[in-house]
Design a protein around this ligand. Sequence first.
Ligand code: NAD
Length: 441
Amino acid sequence: MKITVFGTGYVGLVTGVCFAEMGNTVTCVDIDENKIALLKKGQSPIYEPGLDELLTQNIEAQRLTFTTESAPSIHSAEIIFIAVGTPPNEDGSADLKYVLKVAETIGQHINDYKVIVNKSTVPVGTFHKVKKAIQDQLNKRNATNVLFDVASNPEFLREGCAIEDCLNPNRIVTGIDSVKAQETLQNLYTPFLRNDTQILFMDPASSEMTKYAANAMLATKISLMNEFSRVCEKVGADIEAVRKGIGSDHRIGPHFIYAGVGYGGSCFPKDVNALVRTGLEYDEKLLILNAVEETNQIQRQRFISLIHKRLETQSIKSVAIWGVAFKPGTDDIREAPALNIMQSFLDRKIKLQVFDPAASENAQKYFNNNSLITFYDNQYEALKDVDCLIIPTEWKSFREPDFALMKKSMKAATIFDGRNLYQPSYIKQKGFQYFSIGRPQ
Ligand code: NAD
């Protein structure tokens, strides 16, 4: 099939590459000229495991091209995906300007029947707004004979394993209001449905709502565990034992019940807030979701306060940070807890020695090349003479490090672990002062 994808971010690029990998002819369009220039050379602007290989292979096979030109990309496509950002407005609602701009562009250039599929995370009702934006342009052009269908197809990939998720999805959710769109999506996704994966067809509103409900549910599980962790600390219980105790209950399950420094990323915070906002628009106060986001903020601040309280008595010169990305496996630092932690030290003019396997470049840009921060290519070098180590992200190489080497490098052998990576008794044996979350200190 001939597919065009608007947006070459974490979702659009991975989607385009995976459709090409299945044999489709894919054009990816972005307004960011630098991104497109890199992609044309076969270089990915984002870090995502497995992406580079598929990118090169599919460019070489001439199934995948990149461009900033919308019109020819619209003309050549049978299916057009919208995968642009939906950042939060100031009031927490989703900003649809990028999605609607693409819809408008499609309306200006569409020349024959196509299915326009929205993959961006959008509030209920956007399906109709996209349809209207396209139709308005067709009316303006007196091209009302050009027919099209719109479909909703929210994305559930996880950064860090996005390629794997995209090629082997748990399920594919689609919102449609026409048989033709249903058939097109069924044909497009059949190659992805080999392992009992289901493609679910539903009405557009339910499809749009499914995405928010999924993220809200996952964020709720994390916040609830974080709330439990606070009680654990007070009553002398261990949240890790509690996690195992409840995770083995099939009704609860083992996923997304890790206490920590709170969730971040480009999705959970914004999607929880956007759903709260949708509730308000319809006169429904979403009490649980309000608390989910507040709990997340409290959890972050609480960890930062713990660190500064424990360090207060010493005169701190420099601190090591292991992990800036909002989670392992990605270079994405949007809403990452590490950013707040780092800022709290910069505010106190304390030097930071930072290691992240993928996100250093983004962090450097975010902090505007702040001279108080030094980035290292090696996790042990970042520990040289530091007064403590803080771990906001659970990259694999942090899980079983060389503790002897660490101790030798650090001025003070103190670890603040925002992801409960280590056994407190074990790490104390190794000679470290150790603070983690929801466990007896
Ligand atoms: P992103 O910010 O990484 O990328 C968006 C891209 O769209 C950018 O490259 C931008 O230049 C481009 N763009 C903006 N306007 C454009 C236009 N008119 N034409 C062409 N390109 C344009 O965003 P993302 O993380 O890929 O997220 C995209 C959508 O998918 C969002 O709605 C997000 O909520 C949703 N989503 C994201 C994830 C994730 O893990 N990142 C997962 C599921 C769903």
